[in-house]
Design a protein around this ligand. Sequence first.
Ligand SMILES: Nc1ncnc2c1ncn2[C@@H]1O[C@H](COP(=O)(O)OP(=O)(O)OP(=O)(O)O)[C@@H](O)[C@H]1O
Length: 848
Amino acid sequence: MSNKRAAEASSFPVKRPRKNADQDADIFIDNEDDVIPPSPPESPSLLPRGATINFSALTRRLAEEKRAKDRDVSGLTSLEMHRRQQDTLVSHIFNEQDFSWLHLKADHTSRPIWISPDDGHIILEAFSPIAEQAQDFLTAISEPVSRPAFIHEYKLTSYSLYAAVSVGLQTEDIIEVPVPDSITSFIRDQTLSYGKVKLVLKHNKYYVESSHPETLQLLLKDRVIREARLFSIQQDNSIKATTFTTSKAPVKGNLVIPGAREPKKDDSTSGRMPGSGSNAADTNLFTSVVGVESDDIEEDDDSVHAFEIHDSKIDEVKKRCDELKYPMLEEYDFRNDTVNANLDIDLKPATVIRPYQETSLSKMFGNGRARSGIIVLPCGAGKTLVGITAACTIKKSCLVLCTSSVSVMQWKQQFMQWSNITDRQIAVFTADQKEKFAGDSGIVVSTYSMVANTHNRSHESKKMMEFLTSREWGFILLDEVHVVPAAMFRRVVTTIKAHSKLGLTATLVREDDKIADLNYMIGPKLYEANWMDLAAKGHIANVQCAEVWCPMTPEFYGQYLREQSRKRMLLYCMNPNKFQACQFLIRYHEERGDKVIVFSDNVYALEAYARRLNKLYIHGGTGQVERMRILSHFQHSPKVNTIFLSKVGDTSIDLPEATCLIQISSHFGSRRQEAQRLGRILRAKRRNDEGFNAFFYSLVSKDTQEMYYSTKRQQFLIDQGYAFKVITHLDGLTEMPDLVYKTRDEQIELLQSVLLANESEAELGSDIRASEGDLAGTVTSKDFGPTKFQRTTGSLNALSGAQHMSYIEQNKSANKKLAREAAPRHKLFAKREKDKAAARKDARASGR
Ligand SMILES: Nc1ncnc2c1ncn2[C@@H]1O[C@H](COP(=O)(O)OP(=O)(O)OP(=O)(O)O)[C@@H](O)[C@H]1O
């Protein structure tokens, strides 16, 4: 819905000039009918700036205004009401589409859904008592666009209908309820061809299969598909293949394919076959279709036809079929697969999967086979266990692909935790470890890049790849599918032969346009959970989200207006008011007993904040041992309640102790990053405590580009039902003792140091190793080359006047302090250190 954010934010008190406003009331209520602003904001989606908040005054004013409104409303005709409403703030958002003055039908409570006949948008009143039943059905047939608390919006698309058909719904099931004619015909049109074509892997060969011969005939008319077809002389026990080169027409049981005739040998090379009659060409194409014994692959179909396609063309064919509106379903009849060895894997008796995990799996295994597709669950909702349960159901060799080597180890550990798999049956393939499982079947966990990158492979890696590519996999599990570059995916999908694929993700969004590609590369979205539902049921934490507007100081803003874009970013990150807001929120939440993570993509800002506020920090350059030490202190020490993380902490971090997030710098408008970061507190241990709330703050420098990015970033979460409060004033901030950068001089000093900072410091990419790496620091310089940038804070500080004693005192890194406090080292290491120091001293002395 357009202007969602504005609508959400507008329910918060925002100060605006208005007639008769109480002088002492520091608030403005902009969603009340009788409060008429002198003029609408410049743009309906933008809120006025300069607002402040005062909660007690707000409550008072709301009560007063409600009383006043009740009085006014009595006695007004509906037309008068309408006129009044036309003048309200909400009305200008909806313009002519403000139908709030219309009367509702008497039975409106039993009609919580409206379907737009023009574009397939579906609006659901989520507050209706019967909404829950409708939600499951709507999620199965349409894309959830936005699901805030009261009104949900869905959209019927060709992909969503494809997904509906692939989980077993028929056209008639979908249009059983009364829908506008235009929508009925859209659904019919779209679903007519869905589910008719399958991609089947049999004996390490791919076949396009259908029980509708005319469909295969039609597909073979397409050049891309025709060229991908493999002409091979193939005959085995299960597949009777007939191609141009054979002397017989294709037969399948008693099926005699009409028009089949003996082809001439020459035709095999030309791809054409002479025929007689008007539909000779079609007939010829048809004769190239391979007949497959029905009970080998399709028990319930009377006749199944297929033709083989080239392994390397799988992707193209899938894409083409998608474009032709014949998307290929991939289903794996694992129970009847006698060719691939079974894997002895089961969930441990103590493992209990949650209802939504079960629902998502039922979409995959609904018809007794494994459907390929994507399951979307919120961060921290337990996607790993869903994947493991799927592997335990299929019971064939399984390849798991993740985005980082830490995730690899986590997946292995989770497999061992939840299932009875033994260490010998599960292997990892990373830059450091290249293992194979023992026996005929097993599990391999690896990263996308290990499998997809073809350059500079070591001998061991090559052998491992042969192991992976030479066999048929029952199942391939694809973690975090939304982040993998399409080209990498393509390579994985074409090199690894798997009967079924399951993609897992929390955020099926990307800022590029590539999300649709996943539909044909993996399969349709099988299930998408509702974040708010899971939060209501205690599976993930309830989170209060807020955007804190921090005005720029005049000096910073003046400079901001003069600077080029990269430095601008550094200026809005380092804004002293943001610094102070961060300090205030950390203090406030630490005092409440929260554990706080502060995120900053910008490493310069991250270090500057952490040092100044005397907190521990981790970024791409932080060594493995140090990371572990910091994380462990955060988890177990009551003295360490706040840590600063760069984007290394966006994913692959499981810190259930964390209950509050503060974001000071982020990756532009990335909706995915915002959701992933929120995910760090969704798994809060204390989530089931009575009245527990986790907190997510995004600190934004006012009147800067950051405001725009912030709005964009929040969109995904808003669509999931999160409401971002806008906080324009933090009560008690100015009275806080030890407030940093309180004086103008200090602020100017800070500005100087920012101006002296290297341009590259402003880049989010300066945490280059971090962006590619992962929290536990398995990334080595070998993997990504030497660190690109070196910070020389010492000299910069000196230049910016930071040599002032108190500043230097504060500026000591808490990381170093912690390192010194770390457990005393073993005598042997201590001696070695001593020897090394002595050697260094000698070297210096000798001038080397
Ligand atoms: N059925 C279950 N019973 C008990 N604990 C569970 C269950 N499912 C998941 N969990 C726990 O919930 C936590 C989050 O699970 P997991 O790491 O798989 O989430 P995720 O969805 O992959 O999150 P992210 O997207 O952030 O990586 C883990 O600690 C996991 O052990």
